[in-house]
Design a protein around this ligand. Structure first.
Ligand SMILES: [Zn+2]
Length: 255
């Protein structure tokens, strides 16, 4: 089975918030930081990107702190975004999906249920959901529907040798994590299943949850799939930048 190396690429941040954002309903007084990331998986023959980050236009609209285009960050490790063939989208919040236009040749993998929710369910147009989504990237994905550039995944599914999408609801209706075969065993890119490592280590979610019971079940599933709890990676933890071997500016090798 193909083994992959996993790189974490910080493309924006740090952002400050109350600790209650990252540790649900506690630590209100603490000020904590988070970064925005995409991940790059390098295998013998394939390069796969997990999440698309934010496109430059949206970053300008939001005046994002510390922003570099995910395409420019990928270039630092010799990956051309416009040549990437596989992009796994964990979920359709703007900080993970807005950058789809940076990958004009990619095939996008997303859970069918997640796609249907954001594109077809009127609830997704209500304020709390609208607040965390981005219309331009949704329209772009909709334009790919029916082509081989949009793969709607139903539940757990191997997409390439050594890479399995895992249905992992809780943070959104159908977020998917990615199980990755590495030399350290099975690692899980959980994206925003947990914003920080502590969400997994302390069995306590972050604040943005649509289904807390589902989140606990997802957590159990990821925990049983990963070779070790240290191999479940969160979506926004600055430790992914500070605590792993640095490869290039803002890029570390996680495994
Ligand atoms: Zn996020």
């Amino acid at each position: 089975m193909t083994q992959y190396e996993i790189y974490a690429l910080k493309y924006a941040g740090p952002f400050k918030s109350s600790g209650a954002f990252l540790m649900w309903f506690k630590e209100w007084e603490r000020v904590v930081e988070r970064n925005y990331y995409i991940w790059c998986l390098k295998g013998k023959n394939e390069t796969v990107v997990m999440d698309a980050g934010v496109a430059p236009e949206l970053a300008a609209d939001k005046n994002l702190t510390g922003y570099n285009s995910p395409a420019d960050v990928l270039a630092r490790i010799g990956v051309r975004a416009d040549e990437v063939r596989h992009v796994v989208l964990s979920h359709l919040h703007w900080d993970h999906a807005s950058g789809v236009t940076l990958f004009p040749k990619a095939r996008f993998y997303i859970q069918n249920e997640e796609y249907r929710f954001w594109l077809k369910d009127p609830i997704a147009a209500r304020p709390p959901f609208k607040h965390v989504s981005d219309e331009r990237s949704m329209a772009y994905l909709a334009s790919l529907e029916g082509t081989d550039r949009l793969v709607l995944v139903n539940g757990d599914q191997e997409i390439l040798p050594g890479l399995e999408c895992l249905f992992a609801p809780g943070h959104t209706v159908a977020l998917q994590a990615l199980a990755v075969h590495t030399k350290a065993g099975t690692a899980i890119l959980g994206s925003d299943c947990g914003h920080i490592f502590r969400n997994y280590k302390e069995d306590w979610p972050s604040a943005l949850i649509v289904d807390l019971v589902g989140w606990m079940q997802t957590y159990d599933k990821l925990r049983s799939k990963a070779s070790s709890i240290d191999l479940i990676f969160p979506g926004h933890d600055p430790i992914m930048t500070s605590g792993y071997p640095k490869v290039k500016k803002d890029i570390t090798r996680l495994v």
